[in-house]
Write a protein that binds this ligand. Structure first.
Ligand code: PHE
Length: 439
């Protein structure tokens, strides 16, 4: 449940629709689903194996398994990726908090999509208030890690996540009754294969990694806490199915509404924040639905920020363990929160009208963090992790992680190994070089 909590988050409900919208809808969906199957499932297992076998976080895992420090650079790459993601992820979590408040005060009553768009623009331009909302999200996450109340969160998400999915099913039902919703359905489900280009494939691969929290050590860290008798294949499959279901439902809600309300599907990061309030205005119990949905979205976001920050906190605690100045869990939480807040400030400022100095090549700091982490860092880290398990770990050790010898689960290990040794690294490399125009 904790891993599902890490996977299901803003990546599914905020990022997936906007990336799919920018990359042609249906064509993107097909490539995305293929990426989830080919990369998602085996790579989730890969991180679980590294974490479970070593019992260590992203910092100590590779070292413990190889008994030398040659793979330490990969630990640092994971840490760097976690920090970059947190910088923009907390900003978007802050937006969600703001939308809960806006829903409670019913600020959207009677407005149209143009006004929702203006609302969003004025929100991101108000740097101080933006920062306050993100600070709230950072504090909440830090408190959970400080008091080590992950268990409580896990129990809570057992109830709230199915509720989120149920709510999304209801919303999809309502949206499909809107006029012109069929245009959106076509956009999302009809694949125009001519629209698939190397960048679409790179974006789809990156999105599948981001959505499943693969390639930055979160799953390694959670794998380290995994009970010995827990089945890696079944857990990975459940996480993949749930995560993909939530993303597809998000698309099913957003795209019909996008066309019904005349919004541009390629609008970018603000897409869902313009479309969702418009949907609630159409629903019965508008006020209550808005609060409930944005509230649940905040919970989904925070279960992801917990796993993001846990990577960095566990890393710092382990990294300083044997030094002159060891940082215990509490001190690590403070240090990481401070670093994250600096990153949040840069991300936030880059979105305001005064933030042009934080823009390069037509993209601001926020866009760069978003794009670089998912499309470059996560695939490269995952590439190295696949090679690590495939070539540098004992084959028997790896296969034993799947289940008892002679059981059918054990046989999955036989399919898994060639995947991480050959297919996955080669495929990642090809998509990567192709997407960057090098191949
Ligand atoms: N998977 C999360 C989401 O979809 C984001 C995330 C990425 C969380 C990496 C942890 C690690 O929102």
């Amino acid at each position: 449940m904790a891993t599902a909590g890490s996977a299901v988050g803003l990546g599914n409900i905020w990022k997936f629709p906007y990336i799919a919208g920018e990359n042609g809808g249906g064509a993107f969906l097909i490539v995305y689903l293929i990426c989830v199957l080919i990369f998602g499932l085996p790579l989730l297992m890969t991180e679980f194996i590294i974490g479970k076998k070593s019992g260590k976080s992203a910092f100590g895992a590779f070292q413990a398994l190889r008994k030398n420090k040659k793979w330490q650079w990969l630990s640092w790459c994971c840490m760097l990726t976690a920090i970059i993601i947190m910088g923009f992820y907390f900003v978007v979590t802050g937006w969600c908090f703001h939308y809960v408040v806006a829903a409670v005060t019913h600020s959207f009553k009677g407005l149209d999509t143009g006004a929702f768009s203006e609302h969003f623009t004025s929100l991101v331009n108000n740097g101080g208030s933006m920062f306050a909302y993100s600070l709230l999200a950072v504090l909440l996450t830090a408190i959970v890690l400080w008091f080590d109340v992950n268990k409580g969160i896990e129990r809570m998400s057992k109830i709230l996540m199915p509720l989120l999915l149920l709510m999304m099913v209801l919303m999809a039902g309502r949206v499909l009754m809107l006029p012109d919703s069929n245009i959106g359905m076509k956009f999302f489900f009809q694949a125009d294969f001519l629209k698939i280009n190397p960048q679409t494939v790179l974006a789809a691969m990156g999105q599948s990694f981001f959505s499943l929290s693969i390639g930055m050590g979160a799953i390694i860290t959670y794998g380290a806490y995994m009970p010995a008798n827990q089945n890696i294949s079944a857990t990975s499959l459940q996480v993949v199915v749930l995560d993909t279901l939530v993303a597809v439902f998000a698309g099913l809600i957003i795209f019909p509404a996008v066309f019904a309300f005349g919004v541009d599907p390629a609008e970018g990061p603000q897409l869902v924040f313009v479309v969702l309030p418009a949907i609630f205005e159409q629903m019965s119990f508008a006020w209550f639905s808005g609060i409930l949905f944005f509230g649940l979205l905040c919970v989904a976001a925070v279960t992801s920020t917990i796993s993001l920050m846990e990577v960095a906190v566990a890393f710092l605690t382990e990294a300083t363990e044997k030094t002159k100045h060891p940082l215990n869990r509490h001190k690590s939480v403070l240090v990481i929160s401070a670093i994250v807040l600096v990153m949040v400030a840069f991300n936030g400022i880059s979105l305001t009208n005064d933030g042009t100095w934080l823009c390069w090549e037509g993209k601001n700091f926020f866009d760069w963090s978003d794009m670089l982490s998912a499309n470059i860092f996560m695939p490269l880290n995952a590439f190295a992790m696949a090679l690590f398990v495939g070539w540098f770990m004992d084959k028997k050790d790896v296969r034993n992680q799947f289940g008892k010898q002679d059981s059918w689960l054990y046989r999955i290990g036989a399919i898994y190994l060639p995947l991480v040794r050959f297919l996955i690294p080669l495929a990642i490399l090809a998509i990567f070089l192709n997407g960057l125009g090098i191949l």
